[in-house]
Design a protein around this ligand. Structure first.
Ligand SMILES: *Cc1c(COP(=O)(O)O)cnc(C)c1O
Length: 320
């Protein structure tokens, strides 16, 4: 069943007091650069460092007691894995996470620190979806996908609900796009609360599966993209997320990696924040793109901040 705005409202109740109500920051420099009034919703300050906590916690909380006793399973090398591990621990549920053996050591460690059991696989020889399904079947675990799940989408939508509650109606809301869970939930919230707000999606130029699908009116699959936006390297939109995007999103634009790096530097220098490359997508389109935003009140979702300092330095430093 596709999620509705009522599911976003229920998610808001479910995560209340557990997820952080993240700050909305402004920057007179960014306003001067764009001629707009910008409101940055800073999910880099969310628990575990990204909005994914919202959807993961909401999805696990909505399981029935039998499913909770058996435990959950996720396959991800990134923020979804940590979100599931942390949410499961908070809810007293066992989490099993399938991750590539060559995932960054820091990510493997963080997932284990949050209490998840990590099962590694060989990215080049094993099909992780098939492996995850087999483990889920053998152990009776419930698989929680990173975006194509109604309770995950509803949970992510609480980010836009909070933002709009705080700012009042906006003219535009700019949101990064991987598989479309975040923008799907945010678009449901915006359509209900601020129907005149244009929701705009931003993808990495190399990984524009949602834009191609949006333009064609049907799901398009692309090869695994090469981009520094590692949270948006999806190859196709979700079956649940795509129809929501088609219905409620105004347009999808792209930005290249160089603009993501400029945005990482902007956030660090001007707003004193560490933002991961994927977390910069929406702001990059606003700051260095050609969206018609002059004179408008614009929400910008800053989706996450998980980048280790060595990678941050390598990307943004001299020669980066
Ligand atoms: C997962 C993720 C995204 C993409 O979210 P989708 O719901 O897959 O579109 C964007 N930014 C960050 C930081 C993420 O972790």
């Amino acid at each position: 069943m596709p999620p509705t705005y009522e599911d976003v409202l229920r998610a808001e109740q479910a995560i209340a007091g557990v997820a952080h109500h993240t700050p909305v920051l402004t920057s007179s420099t960014a306003d001067a650069m764009t001629g707009a009034t910008l409101f940055f919703k800073c999910e880099n300050f969310q628990r575990m460092g990204a909005f994914k906590f919202r959807g993961a916690y909401n999805a696990i909380r909505s399981l029935d007691p039998t499913q909770r006793r058996a435990g959950v399973l996720a396959f991800s090398s990134g923020n979804h894995a940590q979100a599931i591990a942390l949410s499961a621990r908070l809810l007293g549920v066992k989490a099993t996470i399938v991750m590539p053996a060559d995932a960054p050591a820091a990510k493997l460690a963080a997932t284990r620190d949050y209490g998840g059991e990590v099962i590694t696989y060989d990215r080049f020889r094993e099909d992780r979806a098939a492996l995850a399904r087999r483990i889920a079947d053998e152990r009776g675990l419930t698989l929680i996908p990173p975006f194509d799940h109604p309770m995950v989408i509803a949970g992510q939508g609480t980010a836009a609900k909070e933002l709009l509650d705080e700012t009042g109606a906006l003219d535009a809301l700019v949101v990064c796009v991987g598989g479309g869970g975040l923008i799907g939930g945010c678009a449901l919230a915006a359509a209900a609360i601020a129907p005149r707000c244009d929701v705009i999606g931003v993808e990495p130029a190399a990984g524009d599966d949602m834009r191609q699908s949006f333009d064609r009116g049907e799901i398009v699959e692309i090869p695994v993209p090469q981009t520094i936006a590692d949270g948006a390297m999806t190859t196709r939109p979700g079956e649940l997320t795509f129809p929501i995007v088609r219905r409620h999103v105004r347009r999808i634009v792209t930005v290249d990696d160089a603009k993501l790096v400029r945005t990482m530097r902007f956030f660090a220098e001007r707003m004193k924040m560490i933002v991961e490359p994927t977390g910069c997508l929406a702001a990059a389109a606003v700051l260095w793109g050609d969206l018609p935003l002059r004179g408008r009140r614009v929400g910008v979702i800053v989706s996450g901040g998980n980048v280790d300092l060595d990678r941050f330095a390598a990307l943004t430093g001299p020669g980066g």
